[in-house]
Design a protein around this ligand. Sequence first.
Ligand code: AHZ
Length: 339
Amino acid sequence: MAPSAVSHESSPAGTFATPVVQKTLFQSNNENNSATVVNITDKPLGDEVKALMGQWEDNFAFAPIRESQVSRAMTRRYFADLDEYAESDIVIVGAGSCGLSAAYTLGKLRPDLRIALVEAGVAPGGGAWLGGQLFSAMVMRKPADVFLREVGVPYDDEGDFVVVKHASLFTSTVLSHVLRFPNIKLFNATAVEDLITRPAVNDAEGIRIAGVVTNWTLVSLHHDDQSCMDPNTINAPVVISTTGHDGPMGAFSVKRLVSMQRLEKLGGMRGLDMQLAEDAIVKNTREIVPGLIVGGMELSEVDGANRMGPTFGAMALSGVKAAEEALRVFDQRKKENQY
Ligand code: AHZ
């Protein structure tokens, strides 16, 4: 038996079994086809937290700590991760709406693969913390509502499209799922500043992509005013690049393909046409050079596709397709990736 109302006069901690809800779970569709979720916010505040309340003066103290314990707890894990993920199976560059959706899909389909998610910003999520013009709501055209039900994000159904009440709810939910996968490591504040290449097995293809070159983003931003700050590397037979459209950090991998003369030129993202843009991005999400899958708005720069502005269904489903494409070529690229 558990108390149903929030009360400061709680039973002592340990009297009641406290259910731990690991994540929001999608249960079923209701008649309006909107997501019904078991939401952690539907649970009353837990007994353990309630037991703290009203006790701050007399019975409250943190457990003891020494600063070196904090330092070692962080650095030991980070350096172990750097060691483990130096050889990854798949690297995803950019943790915006497309990259996060790709990571989620891969995490679900292939718990056996080691997946590094490299994000230049301190805060993952790219442009998906707000809808258009800094408004809160996020619009997704159907059938991208399937992805919202998959990850457990509720929405209003408006017929041909659905609306999430705040874009941040989508981004934070997908991010929280991605971070829980034991085989995915997010390296944020870390920029991909080059691609690792190898001669392609098929000469006509010139090169294949065999990993990424990384640096702390703050270091990457200072190559012009500091001398020689060499990078780090992550080897992987498949890289998924989702760095967004051109901008200070965007379209990174495809611009690098042009400067290394593997692509003659970029098509350049075209003007806004929601109707055309979303289908084109999802349908054309693909491996553009052996070992390099490009998805999301980065692809619009390759193909000269339209932009869609503030409608995000194509980003979620381009992420799903990028994961599918990566798995389609994975065994072959892994076989080629012998040195
Ligand atoms: O920080 C970038 C962002 O989080 C990250 N990124 C860019 N270059 C990087 C690099 N190394 C590591 N060299 C890098 N990370 O990539 C992420 C891109 O996220 P995004 O939200 O910009 O791109 P997306 O394709 O996932 O979503 C695009 C959203 C847009 S823009 C748009 C329009 O203008 O029409 N419409 C939509 C839906």
